[in-house]
Write a protein that binds this ligand. Sequence first.
Ligand SMILES: *[C@@H]1O[C@H](CO)[C@@H](O)[C@H](O)[C@H]1NC(C)=O
Ligand SMILES: *[C@@H]1O[C@H](CO)[C@@H](O)[C@H](O)[C@H]1NC(C)=O
Ligand SMILES: *[C@@H]1O[C@H](CO)[C@@H](O)[C@H](O)[C@H]1NC(C)=O
Ligand SMILES: *[C@@H]1O[C@H](CO)[C@@H](O)[C@H](O)[C@H]1NC(C)=O
Ligand SMILES: *[C@@H]1O[C@H](CO)[C@@H](O)[C@H](O)[C@H]1NC(C)=O
Ligand SMILES: *[C@@H]1O[C@H](CO)[C@@H](O)[C@H](O)[C@H]1NC(C)=O
Ligand SMILES: *[C@@H]1O[C@H](CO)[C@@H](O)[C@H](O)[C@H]1NC(C)=O
Ligand SMILES: *[C@@H]1O[C@H](CO)[C@@H](O)[C@H](O)[C@H]1NC(C)=O
Ligand SMILES: CC(=O)N[C@H]1CO[C@H](CO)[C@@H](O)[C@@H]1O
Length: 394
Amino acid sequence: MAFNPCCRILLSMTLLWVQYYLPSVADEKIPPNITTDRDALLALKARISYDPHRILASNWSTNVSVCDWVGVTCGFSHHRVTVLDLSFMGLFGTIPPHVGNLSFLVTLAISNNSFHGSIPIELAHLYRLRKLEFIFNNLDGEIPSGMGLLSRLEYLNLANNHFTVPSSFFNLPRLQGIYLASNKLAGPIPSISYNMPSIQTIDLSINKLSGGLPTNMFDHLPNLQQLDVSENQLDGGLPSSLFKCKQLQYLSLMSNKSTRRVPKEIGNLTALSIISIDWNNFEGRLPPEIGNLGMLTLMILSHNSFEGRLPLEIGNLTTLTLLSLSDNHFEGEIPSEVGNLRNLMVLNMGGNNFDGAIPIDIFNITSIRTIDLIMNKLSGNLPSNIGLFDPNFQ
Ligand SMILES: *[C@@H]1O[C@H](CO)[C@@H](O)[C@H](O)[C@H]1NC(C)=O
Ligand SMILES: *[C@@H]1O[C@H](CO)[C@@H](O)[C@H](O)[C@H]1NC(C)=O
Ligand SMILES: *[C@@H]1O[C@H](CO)[C@@H](O)[C@H](O)[C@H]1NC(C)=O
Ligand SMILES: *[C@@H]1O[C@H](CO)[C@@H](O)[C@H](O)[C@H]1NC(C)=O
Ligand SMILES: *[C@@H]1O[C@H](CO)[C@@H](O)[C@H](O)[C@H]1NC(C)=O
Ligand SMILES: *[C@@H]1O[C@H](CO)[C@@H](O)[C@H](O)[C@H]1NC(C)=O
Ligand SMILES: *[C@@H]1O[C@H](CO)[C@@H](O)[C@H](O)[C@H]1NC(C)=O
Ligand SMILES: *[C@@H]1O[C@H](CO)[C@@H](O)[C@H](O)[C@H]1NC(C)=O
Ligand SMILES: CC(=O)N[C@H]1CO[C@H](CO)[C@@H](O)[C@@H]1O
């Protein structure tokens, strides 16, 4: 039977495959074992150029099992490396691709060292990883997108490094926390569909992210408890999908230039304990629905362009300990309902256009320590017994 040219190409490709791929498949018949792990760790040791306490130099000796090496834990039954924790050792060096051979690794932690260079893409092979902790190093470059394959990952902490690319966060089903604070992430937050059913914490603070929070970003993050995007260059305000995050306890958007209003849906975030959106350009009135936030302890709205009267419902926030409204354009009388805030310790209302008398009920708050009302248009007298009932008053 004569082959037509097409089949001839196929045949020669098959032969190539047999020649080049089969031997390597045969190689892998020897299953990786603790020797593979040892070689990977020795490759790592070889990349450490400075080991100030001579920890690896003295301890990682080949005449004992790697399972007895400092920072190494092996699995009980399979005798492979499951934990590599080299945190706080003062090590200076790079991460070799061989670390990707530690295929039983569950925890990889190298926090508080001086690792530099990039994360090898081979780390994406560590499909058993649950915890990856690289905080406080000098790693840079792109976070390999292949890490999005680490489907068992629960905790990803790459904070305090020099990563540049705002890689789409990883839509991993078990991820609970992603920490990317204090890097050099720049540009917009990728506008993809985020679907992280387990995520509780997203910390992108202290970067150079710009643009807005993507409109649909929070559609499928039902368990989000903490969102910190402070100290970036984000604008555009709070997207409506954010108000679906019924578990949200901590919201920080401090700095830099978010505009627009705080919509009445803020009242849906009933689990909120801390809201810190100071140093932005939020404008308009504070909606009365703010009074629904019955768990709020800190409310920091200073240095914005809020205007109008304070809603009386502010007096419903009886768990507040700190209320900072300073440097806005609030006006009208300070509602006497502020006197209901019986746990308040700090009240900052300076730098607004409040007028009328200071409601004396404020001075009934026994927990109060600091009241700052400077630079307003207030008038009238202070009560003569000021501070008499306030043991903590400073
Ligand atoms: C482990 O694998 C290596 C090859 O990588 C092999 O030479 C060695 O005999 C194996 N050791 C055990 C205990 O199976
Ligand atoms: C290496 O460190 C471990 C844990 O501290 C210790 O148990 C072991 O004896 C050390 N081994 C050597 C050779 O120093
Ligand atoms: C391992 O080798 C080092 C020198 O390389 C030696 O100091 C140490 O005693 C040896 N440990 C064991 C358990 O043999
Ligand atoms: C381990 O990883 C390195 C680099 O990624 C590779 O060259 C090596 O062949 C791998 N396999 C073993 C068994 O060490
Ligand atoms: C970790 O490193 C950072 C930065 O070098 C330092 O500020 C911090 O105190 C270190 N943490 C500990 C517990 O040593
Ligand atoms: C906010 O709550 C109201 C009333 O419970 C509900 O109708 C609305 O859909 C909620 N909005 C969001 C964005 O979840
Ligand atoms: C916003 O960021 C810019 C550039 O980083 C900075 O110059 C400015 O002071 C910041 N504004 C506020 C209100 O923090
Ligand atoms: C505040 O304290 C004064 C003096 O004890 C009292 O007359 C007044 O009713 C109190 N006001 C409130 C709102 O509790
Ligand atoms: C539950 C509750 O305390 N609701 C109060 C919220 O604030 C408004 C305005 O002061 C009151 O009318 C509500 O009774």
